[in-house]
Design a protein around this ligand. Structure first.
Ligand code: OGA
Ligand code: MN
Length: 221
């Protein structure tokens, strides 16, 4: 029988880093935990250029009717406009269904309204945890038009931190610990670095599907 020294049973951190080039965690243990059962999932190149175009055709008319919100310094999001949308073209619908299929188990009640958030080049999202009153255990987003860095900060520890490189066309999923025990934020252009490399921010649109909270009485009335 092959005997393996016990130290080799642990994944060396360089290997772990190489396996997850789009995730930078403050420790190998944290990376292993979140990318294992901890609820963090990135799918680069989840949509194609033509699929992005189809989504943009559906959402641009609604977005254009709104102004970017810039002046509310107490708010979590700066330099943004947003819509909620339930009707999509057939091509967009099939992209959204693909996202839902990978994010949610069959039969999980989802919000029928899809959230579309348009951040201007100078826009950013401060650290927050999505309200448990309105959002269930899974957040699934698509990234359009620009890359960015999403930062997760532990609610329980001062040192546990994870940066995600969200490239254009990526899908990301936050569940469980990553959704509830970490805040998430989108860094402003001047702080937009991943492993020391600049990730230039342009206008960025995210399309986000969520499920309904499942605790009785916690949903919107
Ligand atoms: C949000 C949010 C992330 C994104 O709207 O609550 O965190 O990818 N958005 O835009
Ligand atoms: Mn959020």
């Amino acid at each position: 029988m092959l005997r393996v020294p016990s130290a080799m049973l642990r994944v060396p951190s360089a290997m772990l880093r190489a396996a997850f080039p789009l995730i930078r965690a403050s420790s190998p243990e944290l990376l292993e935990r979140l990318s294992g059962g901890g609820g963090l999932e990135l799918r680069p190149r989840f949509i194609s250029g033509p699929e992005e175009d189809a989504l943009l055709r559906d959402i641009e008319p609604g977005l254009r009717r709104r102004h970017y919100q810039r002046d509310h310094w107490d708010q979590a999001i700066h330099g943004y406009r947003e819509i909620e949308k339930s009707h999509w073209s057939e091509q967009s619908e099939s992209v959204l269904q693909r996202l839902r299929d990978v994010a949610f188990p069959p039969g999980v009640p989802q919000l029928s309204m899809v959230h579309v958030l348009d951040l201007e080049k100078t826009g950013f999202i401060k650290a927050h945890v999505d309200s448990v009153k309105f959002c269930g255990d899974t957040i699934a987003g698509l990234c359009l038009l620009s890359g960015c860095v999403m930062r997760l900060l532990s609610e329980d520890s001062d040192v546990d931190q994870v940066d995600l490189l969200l490239q254009r066309h990526t899908a990301y999923i936050l569940r469980g610990e990553a959704r509830y025990r970490f805040s998430h934020q989108i860094l402003p252009d001047e702080q937009s670095l991943f492993g020391g490399e600049k990730v230039p921010r342009e206008r960025r649109i995210s399309i986000i599907c969520r499920n309904l909270p499942n605790e009785p009485g916690s949903g919107p009335d």
